[in-house]
Design a protein around this ligand. Structure first.
Ligand code: 4AD
Ligand code: MG
Length: 432
């Protein structure tokens, strides 16, 4: 006998008398009946408080319960196909746990700044609960995917002595007597050491970028998963990325359809996310832009509008590979067939959601990598350990990073990345 029964367990209790605990999501009344909508985090349940079935005190209490007051309700579970969740409760008792006076988020529309100021409460709203459940399902799919394929979870440090993705977006701190240290932008360089030790590894954790970008795609603290594989070339890397994205989307469709429906997501667009995905070179991508009347100079990075144009030509994620080496990170291997381009890939989500994956084959030659580090004006002595990986049994290896929040934004079909993490950190906000 368990003390705590949750709404999503009710199928096991039909016809039984149970006690549930939670909060008032909504309520309405019609004469002798009060309808209390209980939410307990696992679902929503209509509780029918009929005047004839409870004491006058309980009926009055049911009438007085305000939005988000916490309470306990006892009653008999009924199957009711027309009700949210498919069940109803015929209440025999209601007990107040704690009041909620003037709950600030009412069913009326609120401005986004007001909602983010109240993020700690906004998280209780139906859509926000749905987004958090989808985020969790995606995180689980990420772990399952790699665990089922022989990868080892490998946790890189968060405090690092140098940049991995360029120096412009580093969060800096004083580190005791050792001078400056930085919050990690990516676990990749450490994952490379992991791949040479364990074959196939993945990191999964928070990363930080002091991005000055105030866009709907940028957070200053976001979660990234980064697989890194010894003996993988760029093609192997793209094959894995494609299988990975299909797995994530199909897992969400299998287990979180109700939440996608709450968000009014067009599910057919997600059902279509099946391999193979289109692959276009950067050169071909530039041609697509030109063919659509967009001025774009070879050598520039693709902006958000360019990405949207390219992805609008496809109904699946599109893999853009072989970018100009000049605009990419120092660690990327050049294409032996064309030294101007790097063996890099970005995966652009459909429907204008932009880049969700960045990856590459890594430079594995010692002398070439030394050159690259110098060209990028990076301090060679900090990379001594990283260069060792090219000195002692260097092998071809590749990997990629998928941004969790951008992936959740796309799968949920929502406007802005800020709703996909419990407490978003952005250039203009670090509260609550
Ligand atoms: O393309 P990025 O910068 O790649 C790397 O960090 C590589 N070290 C990954 C690797 O090869 N192991 O970032 C990877 C992904 C992007 O595609 C995007 O989804 C996400 O991380 N991302 C952000 N998400 C939210 N806010 C930001 N400011 C982000 N910057 C990158
Ligand atoms: Mg990128």
């Amino acid at each position: 006998m368990t003390n705590n029964i949750y709404i999503n367990d009710l199928s096991k209790h039909v016809g039984e008398e149970v006690t549930l605990k939670g909060w008032i999501y909504n309520k309405r009344s019609s004469g002798k009946v009060k309808f209390l909508i209980l939410r307990d985090g696992t679902g929503y349940l209509q509780c029918i408080v009929f005047k004839g079935n409870v004491s006058p005190e309980v009926f009055e209490l049911a009438d007085s319960l305000a939005q988000e007051a916490s309470f306990e309700v006892t009653g008999t579970v009924k199957e009711e196909p027309r009700a949210v969740g498919g069940y109803e409760l015929d209440a025999t008792d209601v007990k107040l746990i704690s009041e909620s006076v003037d709950y600030p988020i009412t069913p009326k529309e609120h401005g986004i700044e007001f909602l983010i100021d109240h993020r700690h409460l906004w998280l209780r709203s139906k859509k926000q609960v749905a987004i958090m459940k989808i985020r969790h399902r995606i995180a689980k799919a990420i772990r399952d995917f790699f665990d089922e394929r022989g990868f080892t979870l490998f946790d890189p440090p968060i405090i690092t002595p140098n940049a991995s993705e360029g120096t412009s977006t580093l969060f800096e701190m004083e580190y005791f007597d050792l001078g400056k240290a930085y919050l990690t932008q990516s676990g990749q360089l450490y994952a490379e050491a992991g791949a040479l030790a364990l074959g196939k590894v993945y990191t999964f954790g928070p990363t930080f970028r002091a991005e000055k970008s105030k866009t709907r795609r940028h957070l200053t603290e976001f979660w990234m998963v980064e697989p890194e594989m010894a003996f993988y070339d760029l093609d192997d890397d793209m094959d894995l990325a494609e299988e990975f994205i299909e797995y994530i989307v199909q897992s969400v469709l299998k287990d979180r359809k109700a939440e996608l429906e709450i968000l009014e997501r067009d599910i057919s667009k997600l059902e279509n996310i099946k391999r193979p995905f289109p692959r276009v070179s950067y050169d071909e991508a530039v041609k697509i832009l030109h063919d659509n009347g967009i001025e774009f100079e070879w050598g520039n990075d693709l902006g958000a509008a360019d990405e949207t144009m390219i992805s609008s030509k496809f109904d699946k994620p599109v893999m853009v590979h072989r970018y100009p080496a000049e605009i990419k990170a120092f660690y990327m291997k050049r294409d032996p067939e064309n030294e101007k381009v790097a063996l890099a890939v970005d995966v652009l989500a459909p429907e204008g959601y932009g880049e969700i994956i960045g990856g590459s084959q890594r430079e594995d030659d010692y002398d070439t990598l030394v050159e690259r580090i110098k060209e990028h004006n990076l301090p060679l002595d900090f990379f001594k350990w990283y260069l060792d990986l090219r000195k002692y049994g260097s092998v071809p290896h590749s990997g990629f990073g998928l941004g969790l929040e951008r992936t959740v934004t796309w799968i949920c079909g929502i406007e802005h990345v800020r709703e996909t993490i419990p407490f978003p950190r952005m250039i203009y906000r670090n509260t609550p």
